[in-house]
Write a protein that binds this ligand. Structure first.
Ligand code: PLP
Length: 362
């Protein structure tokens, strides 16, 4: 018998999804950096994305890019979290370029690149209102671009970029991305050359692109979720891309108890295992199953989507997840396996959990 829980990673499905998304982007003059942080940087999956047409691979974690480098992946590597001072040596060693938002970081990066006798690429981030990383004023963006171009000899200004929908939940629009492309034009005029990369965001820019709302000058997106969590697209972004398979990452868990129990807890109610007050609906006596994984493995059990549509995920503590199987047409028995699609947070947690076996399907 196999070992459970297991996260199955289907390389063909990842490759095909990547082809569909990168081809759509290509039709819009956009290259795709495939972002691997959402699945813990699993090397085989990253390689499948590169084979599927991502022209760069990226992560927020330099450790994950180091693993790709050591696996001899043959596309440039991009660090998408602006770097910490303490990791600059690894950043220059294991990636070709990174996103940056601070003058001092640029200066230190340049010094490190000089030390390693390398030319290192940077994309300067411009904050369009989402209020996470990025330079806030256009003149500051221009000053930093000139600094890289004229003074920091071991850095190459690859371009500029923006991030949206991350902190401020600000949507990408034609208007805010036009601010990015106008800034790029102004920098190109000053430097008297073209920028290679005008990076217009992540997965959340895809729906706008499909509607034709991304300014022409934007030529780069950083996409993870839109390739590997395609059930998120219709669910959160009201976008359905034809042909995308949602079974790239499938979680399988084993049933450890089956019972008929009341649905409303009995006794005086306090906080649950995570210090929260639960909400319980009294639905009478129902048949339910426990499976052998919990929020320690998935982060939040509500981010699991049972493939059996008649199962309801009731909740979880650290190591147990409770499923309502009352309405299922399947007669589940102890030891049976229940399958789930994983939304972004659950993909992130399950791929990183050391208690979950990873099974690569070639
Ligand atoms: C995570 C991240 C992305 C990719 O996000 P997805 O939702 O996985 O597409 C892009 N850019 C930055 C800066 C990120 O941190």
């Amino acid at each position: 018998m196999g070992k459970y829980p297991v996260l199955e990673v289907d390389l063909n499905k990842i490759r095909t999804n990547t082809e569909i998304v990168t081809n759509l982007c290509k039709d819009n003059g956009i290259e795709v950096a495939g972002i691997i942080k959402g699945f813990g940087g699993i090397v085989e999956a990253a390689k499948a994305m590169a084979e599927g047409g991502c022209t760069q691979m990226g992560s927020s974690r330099i450790e994950q890019l180091k693993s790709l480098k050591e696996a001899n992946i043959n596309v440039p590597l991009l660090l998408v979290r602006v770097p910490m001072f303490c990791e600059l040596e690894e950043v220059v060693k294991y990636s070709e370029m990174c996103l940056v938002s601070e003058r001092e970081t640029l200066i230190k990066l340049n010094r490190e690149a000089e030390k390693q006798n390398k030319k290192y690429g940077v994309i300067i981030m411009y904050d369009l209102g989402d209020l996470r990383e990025g330079v806030f004023y256009r003149n500051e963006l221009i000053e930093l671009s000139k600094l890289v171009e004229y003074e920091l000899k071991n850095l190459t200004l690859e371009g500029i970029g923006a991030n949206l929908n991350c902190y401020g939940s600000v949507a990408p629009t034609f208007k805010n991305l036009t601010e990015l492309s106008d800034a790029a034009e102004e920098i190109e005029k000053i430097l008297q050359r073209k920028l290679h990369i005008i990076s217009g965001g992540g997965t959340t820019t895809l729906p706008l692109m499909i509607k034709g709302g991304v300014p022409k000058k934007i030529n780069h997106l950083r996409i993870g979720e839109g390739i590997n969590n395609t059930q998120d697209l219709p669910l959160y972004w009201d976008t359905d891309i034809k042909g995308l398979d949602k079974d790239t990452f499938v979680l399988k868990a084993q049933i450890i108890e089956i019972n008929e129990k009341p649905t409303y807890p009995i006794g005086e109610l306090m906080v649950n295992a995570f210090g929260e007050y639960g909400h319980y609906e009294d639905r009478g006596i129902r048949k339910r199953a426990l499976i052998g994984l919990g929020n320690q493995d998935v982060g939040d059990s509500s981010k699991l989507v049972p493939k059996d549509k008649n199962i309801i995920v009731l909740g979880a503590s650290s190591d147990h997840t409770i499923l309502d199987i009352h309405d299922s047409e399947i007669e589940y028995k102890l030891g049976d396996i229940v399958e789930f699609n994983v939304l972004y947070q659950a993909m992130l947690f399950t791929s990183l959990s050391q208690y979950i076996t990873k099974k690569i399907i070639e």
